[in-house]
Design a protein around this ligand. Structure first.
Ligand SMILES: Cc1cc2nc3c(=O)[nH]c(=O)nc-3n(C[C@H](O)[C@H](O)[C@H](O)COP(=O)(O)OP(=O)(O)OC[C@H]3O[C@@H](n4cnc5c(N)ncnc54)[C@H](O)[C@@H]3O)c2cc1C
Length: 300
């Protein structure tokens, strides 16, 4: 079969992240099918280069040096959503590049309950499954029944219950060169107005508590057992703190978020601040914060 995948060179990754920093990918492709994912991996194998999968880029910090390999972005080219409702249960199949917002909106439109938490998370379905994204007491593992993924040239499926979901993790974290292609979820029918009202309540909570007007990657750190990262950071006196005038700073609104407040901080500005916060919080509380944000590329 003739090659159809457009593989571009030296693509700056900053616009592909919500933190708005990061250098170039030597190669970059946006496949629109499992076949094209395979094609991308074939290209990488031929070139002898590593592959990095990217979704909406809302939970990553990409090095200023970029990525010395092929970045495969799973996005709008693979974003179909298909819903069937039977016996009061909605079965929704989404391709990995659909946004969580559009998945959430589909549930709202169809009067399906239990996915309201997805509406305000700015990631894609693939990234959400990989991270077991969650909010307000619910997470992907509560609704995902099956995940389809590409690995070693094959398309495989795994049941939600076997997907190794844990706090902000899944089996995919330890699976090399696997690409999530899609998920199937099951959610029950409910009262349309109640579902809408609840989604709106959660949206309002976010607007009130999170710095949504500034570039960030969401919660910078995982929640340590028994604590809240934001509270520990605030108690360390770091709310609103920046190391310099780069604009990389701890949000004034929510200390759990590191923001790129001027939109011009480099990844190393953000990275230095993350390390500083870890040290300072350890000093004041004895708790070592672990980044939730995935670091991509070389930060040495
Ligand atoms: C303002 C804001 C609010 C947020 N609120 C929340 C929240 O409430 N709850 C929450 O859990 N998160 C939250 N996040 C973080 C983020 O949106 C989620 O983690 C989201 O699920 C990441 O999805 P993504 O598509 O952006 O993944 P990316 O950031 O692109 O990637 C994250 C990881 O997933 C991998 N990945 C992505 N797609 C695939 C795929 N198709 N196949 C294999 N691997 C893949 C990447 O390699 C990377 O390791 C927030 C972020 C922001 C900016």
């Amino acid at each position: 079969m003739a090659a159809t995948l457009d593989i571009r060179r030296d693509v700056i990754l900053k616009p592909y992240t919500t933190m708005k920093c990061g250098g170039p990918a030597v190669f970059f492709a946006e496949p629109d099918s499992a076949d094209e994912v395979g094609e991308a991996f074939g290209f990488a194998a031929k070139e002898g280069i590593p592959v990095q999968v990217l979704g909406a880029g809302s939970n990553v910090l990409i090095s200023d040096k970029g990525f010395d390999g092929l970045v495969i972005k799973i996005g709008r080219n693979m974003s179909a959503i298909d819903t069937v409702i039977r016996d009061g249960v909605g079965v929704i199949s989404c391709q990995a590049g659909s946004t969580l917002a559009s998945f959430g909106a589909e549930c709202l439109k169809e009067g399906l309950a239990g996915a309201e938490f997805c509406c305000g998370i700015p990631g894609n379905v693939g990234g959400a499954v990989y991270m077991n994204a969650g909010a307000y007491g619910r997470q992907m593992e509560d609704i995902v029944t099956e995940v389809t993924y590409w690995k070693d040239g094959d398309i495989k499926t795994v049941k939600g219950s076997d997907a190794g979901f844990g706090y902000r993790t899944s089996i995919f974290e330890n699976m090399e060169d696997a690409v999530i292609l899609g998920m199937t979820c099951e959610v029950p029918e409910g009262d349309k107005e109640q579902i809408k009202a609840y989604a709106e309540e959660l949206r309002q909570k976010r607007v009130n508590s999170q710095p949504l007007n500034l570039p960030s990657a969401g919660s910078t750190f995982k929640r340590p057992e028994g604590y809240y990262a934001g509270k520990l950071i605030e108690d360390a006196g770091l709310k609103g703190f920046g190391l310099d005038d780069s604009g990389a700073m701890v949000s004034e609104k929510h200390a759990g978020f590191v923001v790129n407040s001027k939109g011009s901080a480099s990844a190393s500005d953000v990275y230095r601040l993350i390390r500083y916060i870890q040290d300072k919080v350890f000093e004041t509380s004895g708790v070592r914060l672990e980044p939730e944000v995935r670091l991509i590329g070389d930060f040495s």
